[in-house]
Write a protein that binds this ligand. Structure first.
Ligand SMILES: Cc1cc2nc3c(=O)[nH]c(=O)nc-3n(C[C@H](O)[C@H](O)[C@H](O)COP(=O)(O)OP(=O)(O)OC[C@H]3O[C@@H](n4cnc5c(N)ncnc54)[C@H](O)[C@@H]3O)c2cc1C
Length: 422
């Protein structure tokens, strides 16, 4: 074995595999790389788990993060099927549940997140399901095929996609959310209302401003009882109430953790041997006042790539405009920015017509945007938001002004600058 034990990556998924690829292919790193994953599968992508893979329109091959032969070709050791259970950062060793130990010079922690559990009576009945991994998706697809009455709890991105999937399987579908609109924290009333209309147009029974009191049944689910006293029949309940970062290993290793593993703008943690990336990392983003933890595919790829450079002592600053995509009822929604503070929404075009875009402004500066079925728009919107300059609402609203022409000539001020009174 080489004198330098190399890099261990904990979490064999999107951020972890992307980092392994960047280490070998972008940086020509030639020391050992070990990719540790608790799942038995090669690193795979999760977005299709609530879309094509769930619906049966795409197969497992389409999920691969990297070509299966990459790992052997690039001499990346895979240690799959057992979680890392102990991380000693000073001794620079990680131990897995099966007793295997790996030494390292540096470690990347990319352990992702897991579904937040519903805490109500009946939540452990058969027929209550969550979706995070490939095995969950396979079981959920079988359950959706067999179900008739489906209740989705939570109308965020995942809940909205799963309501659409449930309708595609032909199920009676109810969505319950305590907030006044789907995706309320991201989109607010007006645009969330638009998502609500799409659900209702597709036959979803959307119960807003209501919560779950209990799940009823003897052995398996029979109904959901809501806080306002409704009883909704159900033979399948899908819980989509957010995710919790997998920080236990990092916390036990002594790293600073607060709603995610805290990192600086280069993904460095509170220990010099450890870097964190992807859904588990809460990074100090130069655009925002507080550290952000972002559960987006795009963020995991950007983090994975950047983490490779940081692990090698060439830390880039990560200041990308966050980007999320979602497919619901055959439409693609793309959202850029973060739902931080805004004081005005400007709408371009009519809903359900090509080019429809919503802009969220803070002091006249576009800080977020949503576009629906508008191929190619995301890059222009990213540039506009990244510029952090005031834009004329009349031009933003005018579909006749091409998106590339919207970039104003004014000094840039990020949300962080505005809050700091700059
Ligand atoms: C169903 C679903 C649909 C999604 N759809 C979209 C979408 O449409 N658009 C979008 O932008 N984003 C989407 N996302 C989010 C996106 O997939 C995530 O942001 C991305 O997967 C994060 O990658 P990651 O590598 O940081 O974490 P993860 O993908 O969560 O991977 C972390 C890995 O680490 C493993 N692990 C955890 N603890 C340990 C341990 N102690 N030892 C070893 N391994 C460990 C986990 O089991 C997992 O395999 C979706 C996510 C889900 C679950």
């Amino acid at each position: 074995m080489s004198a330098d034990p190399g890099i261990v990556i904990i979490g064999a998924s999107l951020a972890g595999a992307t980092a392994a690829q960047a280490l070998r292919l972008d940086h020509g790193y030639d020391r050992p790389i070990t990719l540790v994953g608790d799942e038995p599968h090669l690193p795979y992508q999760r977005p299709a788990l609530s879309k094509g893979y769930l619906l049966g329109t795409s197969g497992p091959g389409a999920l691969d993060v990297l070509k299966p032969r990459f790992y052997a070709d690039q001499d990346v050791t895979l240690a799959l099927g057992a979680p890392a259970t102990a991380l000693d950062l000073d001794a620079r060793r990680v131990r897995l549940a099966d007793g295997t130990e790996f030494p390292f010079t540096r470690v990347l922690i990319a352990t992702g997140a897991r579904p937040r559990r519903l805490q109500v009576p009946g939540a452990d009945l058969d027929g209550v399901r969550y979706l995070r991994n490939r095995d969950d998706a396979e079981h959920l697809a079988a359950a959706l095929r067999a179900a008739g009455e489906v209740v989705v709890i939570g109308a965020g991105w995942l809940g909205s996609e799963l309501a659409a999937a449930s309708r595609a399987f032909g199920n009676h579908t109810t969505v319950i959310d305590p907030l006044p609109a789907p995706l309320y924290y991201v989109l607010g009333d007006q645009l969330g209302g638009l998502v609500a209309r799409r659900h209702r147009d597709q036959g979803v029974n959307l119960l807003l401003g209501d919560g779950v009191e209990a799940i009823l049944g003897t052995r398996s689910v029979e109904a959901v009882q809501t806080i306002t006293g409704r009883t909704i029949p159900a033979d399948l309940v899908i819980v989509c109430v957010g995710a919790t970062p997998n920080t236990e290993l990092a916390r036990a290793a002594g790293l600073h953790v607060d709603g995610g593993i805290l990192t600086d703008a280069h993904l460095r943690t509170s220990h010099p041997a450890a870097v964190a990336a992807g859904d588990v990392a809460r990074h100090q983003h130069p655009r925002y006042l507080n550290p952000v933890r972002i559960e987006h595919w795009d963020n995991a790829v950007i983090h994975g790539t950047a983490a490779a450079a940081t692990l090698l002592g060439k830390p880039p600053t990560i200041d990308h405009v966050p980007y999320f995509f979602s497919t619901q009822y055959g439409s693609t929604l793309e959202y850029l920015g973060l739902p931080t503070i805004w004081d005005r929404i400007v709408i371009r075009g009519e809903h359900a017509t090509p080019g429809f875009t919503a802009f969220w402004l803070d002091h006249g500066i576009p800080v977020a945007a949503l576009t629906i079925d508008h191929q190619g728009a995301a890059d222009h919107l990213r540039t506009l938001i990244a510029a952090a300059r005031p834009a004329a609402p009349r031009q933003l609203a005018d579909p006749g002004t091409p998106l590339p022409d919207l970039l104003p000539d004014a000094p840039s001020r990020t949300s962080r600058d505005l809050r700091a009174g700059a």
